[in-house]
Design a protein around this ligand. Structure first.
Ligand code: 13P
Length: 313
């Protein structure tokens, strides 16, 4: 048995543990330019670099955000953007006690011969890119956990099982069990240090079009069953994506999962379930800035309470 010891082991563990601190989770704001464009389009704002920058400034400068948010996942463009007062976003986040992370993949492409599966591009040159990103600051997110760890980045491992479809919750569990078995087998083969990664799974829910809906207690019970069967306790944090759930559903489901003790920090890494109301409130108008930031604080505080199992709607 070879146990790999890398130069960044201690730092990786410290970073992962800092992100997985009680009552905090991740703000996923790593929308690519195209996805960010779709979000802006929904409120009639043009997809220009400056509008994307303004929206992201609104998010990162929300007062007191660090109380609820331990890390923010950025798109590469955002890493080099600054506020209107010329402060780098990365510095603003750090000063709030929020660790900046980065999406390092190069987008999805359809996987030939599969049943509509997608494959992340970007392995070519990933080692070089992660080394460059690390020089600028410490951040995480990776498709390829071992390469990221070798560069000192905590990878956020995200095999997303999409919500689309009319399948029931048992079918979702079956598929997720298979996906996680393979993910952990490959990570073990590649000598990934489990103490220095974070997981970003989808919750186990019925498909979006399934007529049999599930209560938060059912979602929690199925999702915890998945985690207990597949995820070693060495992994410090499970940071769920929201995957198209409503803001309230995502909070209630997380809260239900934290009603009983479990070996991990079970928390959130939501994009849409943190940002939907923020966008609708902002509408691209300077005058709505403060109300939009309050909307973000409200969702972040609700999910912080849910992380502790103390959310009271
Ligand atoms: P949602 O919470 O909107 O599913 O997005 C999370 C995500 O995958 C972004 O990285």
């Amino acid at each position: 048995l070879v146990v790999r010891a890398g130069p960044y082991d201690e730092e990786l563990i410290k970073t992962a543990q800092t992100i997985a601190t009680k009552g905090r989770g991740l703000l996923a704001m790593d929308e690519s330019n195209a996805t960010c464009g779709k979000r802006l389009d929904s409120i009639g704002v043009e997809n220009t670099e400056d509008n994307r920058r303004a929206y992201r400034e609104l998010l990162v400068t929300t007062p007191g955000l660090g109380e609820y948010i331990s890390g923010a996942i950025l798109f590469e463009e955002t890493l080099y953007q600054s506020t209107s007062e010329n402060k780098k976003f990365v510095d603003v986040l750090n000063s709030q006690g929020i660790m900046p992370g980065i999406k390092v993949d190069k987008g999805l492409v359809p996987m030939p011969g599969s049943n509509g599966e997608s494959w992340c591009q970007g392995l070519d040159g990933l080692a070089q890119r992660t080394a460059e990103y690390y020089k600028d600051c410490a951040y995480g997110l990776a498709r390829y956990a071992a390469i990221c760890q070798a560069s000192g980045l905590v990878p956020i491992v995200e095999p997303e099982v999409l919500l689309d479809g009319d399948h029931d919750i048992d079918r979702t569990l079956e598929v997720a069990l298979e996906v996680w078995a393979q993910t952990f087998k490959f990570m073990a083969d590649q000598k990934v240090m489990f103490e220095g990664i974070l997981l970003k799974p989808s919750m186990v829910t019925p498909g979006a079009e399934c007529p049999n809906r599930a209560s938060p207690e059912q979602v929690a019970s199925y999702t915890l069953k998945l985690l207990k069967r597949r995820v070693p306790p060495a992994v410090p944090g499970i940071m769920f994506l929201s995957g198209g759930q409503s803001e309230l559903e995502a909070t209630l489901n997380l809260n239900a999962m934290n009603q009983s003790p479990n070996p991990w920090h079970v928390s959130f890494s939501y994009a849409r379930a943190l940002q939907n109301t923020v966008l609708k409130t902002w509408q691209g108008e300077e005058g709505n800035w403060k109300a939009a930031q309050e909307a973000l604080s409200k969702r972040a505080a609700a999910n912080s309470a849910a992380q502790k199992g103390e959310y009271d709607p």
